[in-house]
Design a binder for this molecule. Sequence first.
Ligand code: ATP
Ligand code: MG
Length: 386
Amino acid sequence: MSAKILVVEDEPIIALDLQQQLTKLGYTVVAIADCAEQALAAAARYQPHLALMDIRIRGDKDGIETAALLNERHSIPIVFLTAHADAATIQQVKAVQPYGYIVKPFEIHNLSTAIEIALTKHEAEKVTQAALEKEKELNRLKSNFIEVVSHEFRNPLSAILLALDLLERHDRQLTIEKKQVYLQRARVAVSRMMQLLEEVLVSSQIDAGKLTYNPEPLLVEAFCRQLVADFQLAIDTKAAPKHTITFTQISNAVDHPTLYNLDEKLLHHILTNLLSNAIKYSPHGGSVTFKLIHEAESITFQIRDCGIGIPKGDCDQLFNRFYRASNAKTIPGTGLGLSIAKQCVDAHYGNITVQSAIGIGTTFTVTLPLSVDGTPHPEGGNGCLG
Ligand code: ATP
Ligand code: MG
């Protein structure tokens, strides 16, 4: 594709001559402007790759001021093309950091060299700028991590300290049942901290590109049943509120496979996050249903609870890191779980959706596609996380 050039020149004959020469060199002149307003309008409309700018132009803004505005609003590299080479003008020009400065009259090959250097330099700067932005975003995420995680660590640590303190100071007065209660509180706090650490670790592995998608044949029904059994066991050892998880399997396919090519580790992240949310956001206990649905071209995991629900306005942002719904602030959490689940679903070329009603409950549905013959997805997911 030939580079699009905006010519800012108020002498019509010079402008036309320049247009012909640029066309001969293989560039596309998208517009000729003779004042700042025209130049800015043309830049907005045609998004040129570069502007060739005269210094004395029509109107109350000269070429230097126009260049500053083009830079600011559209980040277009500027090459000045001017008859003025006095020290004062050059000093002013330097302030807008042009990509080139050609004094008229000029040789055509000098013009094309200046344009090519300016375009290459601008591309390189864009790459550097993008890397800088990414670095900034990572730094912002890191500070967020430290802030959220240290805040979330404080509560379980205080609970452990308190339990230890009570056990130590009132050892003789406490009944065995009371001691069990304090020990249980400490245990819950430790498991919350372990879950937090796991989430931070997985998130940083995703950022570092270290968590990869490795699908292998998996007995998916057995995997889900085991997961439910593990969750139920953990629930049963806890004090009230009680939850029950019911697993059901439905087949909408004529003959569905038992082995599915899935990444077990990533599927584990997806389902444990959804199940633990279903339990956590049902603070009065209740039933959680987990459906495995076999379709001809996909497999669906559906987790439904009868918990607090999610306000409509929050649903779109739940999968963003650290995002927590407005009705969840009194329940501990960092807002990392669903962002991890979403990235693991994306790696499988899958889809995750949520349906919810306040005070009635929430359903998360994850659909992972299969290839047409029921064997693994042909491309094997997007193969990357993050
Ligand atoms: P953690 O990182 O410990 O999982 P979290 O549970 O707050 O913290 P996510 O799992 O990412 O973070 O969930 C994001 C938000 O979505 C939650 O804070 C909560 O507001 C809302 N949410 C998720 N699942 C449910 C659910 N089943 N019922 C109600 N709200 C939910
Ligand atoms: Mg969660």
